[in-house]
Design a protein around this ligand. Structure first.
Ligand code: NAD
Length: 313
């Protein structure tokens, strides 16, 4: 595949690209150690790659390692991996306190908070530290790949790799090219994703791509259904679980995704497509303003502080 990638690079063509040595992906940097960053680190390290994670502080990295360790233990218990796989996977993941720690990676996956300002700052800051031929990918759920790529020194080696939550379980990675993404980058990224056992689906660079363009308006509508008093949290989720055979009710799913992330995606859809049908429900805004962000803060449409989740309405 390296030959293929190099060929593609040559065909893609500029002199500067031909001068770059295209190495196989061996080491992956991840920026953001939250739900998604830790999930991506889990599957990438289990896939045999070295992983280095950066986040705002070491505590967040420690929490991520604990989460990954627990999930790997469950995979050991269910016979999917061996104890040796678990140990080796954890040993492959290290912490980078500063962006200098990303200096030897072949691919960076940005999985920080779904906020364009945060992401832009990260891209501007990391580029001087990473290798010229390293690919920069974003796990954004909704923000324009072209716009984010334009903040880097390498829009042709910038791509959207949208992993799904929970990463170890979900089979799909949406791939999104920005306007400048070159063929070699797309081919290298696709091959990398496939080595993780994931299937890819290619989306054009439109707000929220495919999965969230369809999924989030449904979640937002469920919040409106609650807001307008059509049903309680429990009634709405039961209705969709048993009436539409969804594995999770939409409000349960919103808590799982994170209500801040859901709101950001709706705002990107609303602003990006300029259509009032995507306006975020005021109740979703209220929950986010309260800091009730779902499972990650132990309260959202359900309260997770007790033994069993209790609906908050
Ligand atoms: P999260 O809130 O769990 O984690 C975000 C992490 O980013 C936090 O640990 C935070 O400390 C870190 N962070 C913030 N600013 C940073 C900075 N400047 N440098 C380094 N780290 C920084 O969020 P998440 O659910 O993991 O989402 C992360 C990304 O993945 C978002 O773009 C989101 O849209 C996307 N995504 C989320 C889901 C989901 O279901 N939650 C699914 C697919 C994609």
């Amino acid at each position: 595949m390296d030959d293929q990638v190099q060929d593609a690079d040559v065909h893609a063509g500029s002199a500067s690209k031909q001068e770059l040595k295209v190495e196989p992906i061996r080491k992956v940097g991840i920026v953001g150690a939250g739900q998604m960053g830790s999930g991506i680190a889990h599957v990438v390290a289990l896939g045999g790659y070295d992983v280095v994670i950066n986040d705002l502080d070491k505590e967040r990295f420690d929490a991520a390692i604990e989460r990954i360790g627990n999930k790997l233990s469950r995979q050991v218990s269910s016979g999917k991996i061996s104890e040796d796989d678990r140990e080796k996977t954890l040993a492959r993941i290290t912490f980078a306190e500063t962006y200098e720690g990303l200096g030897d990676v072949d691919l960076v996956v940005e999985a920080a908070t779904e906020d364009e300002t945060v992401k832009r700052k990260i891209f501007v800051a990391i580029c001087p530290f990473i290798k010229p031929d390293a690919i920069v990918a974003t796990n954004t759920s909704s923000i324009s790949i072209t716009r984010l790529g334009a903040t880097t020194d390498r829009p042709e080696r910038f791509i959207g790799l949208h992993f799904m939550n929970p990463v170890p379980v979900m089979e799909l990675v949406e791939m999104i090219r920005g306007i400048a993404t070159d063929d070699a980058t797309f081919a290298r990224a696709k091959e990398f994703v496939e080595t993780l056992g994931k299937t890819t689906a290619v989306s054009e660079d439109f707000p929220a791509f495919m999965v969230n363009r369809i999924l989030l308006p449904m979640i937002n509508e469920a919040v409106y259904t609650l807001y307008e008093g059509v049903g309680s949290v429990d009634a709405i989720d039961t209705a969709m679980r048993l009436g539409a055979h969804h594995p999770m009710g939409p409000l349960q799913l919103a808590d799982f995704i994170g209500l801040d992330t859901c709101l950001s995606i709706m705002q990107v859809l609303y602003e990006g497509l300029a259509d009032s049908k995507y306006r975020p429900c005021p109740l979703l805004v209220k929950y986010v303003e309260a800091g009730w962000l779902g499972r990650k803060t132990k309260r959202g449409f359900y309260d997770y502080r007790g033994e069993t989740p209790m609906p908050t309405r």
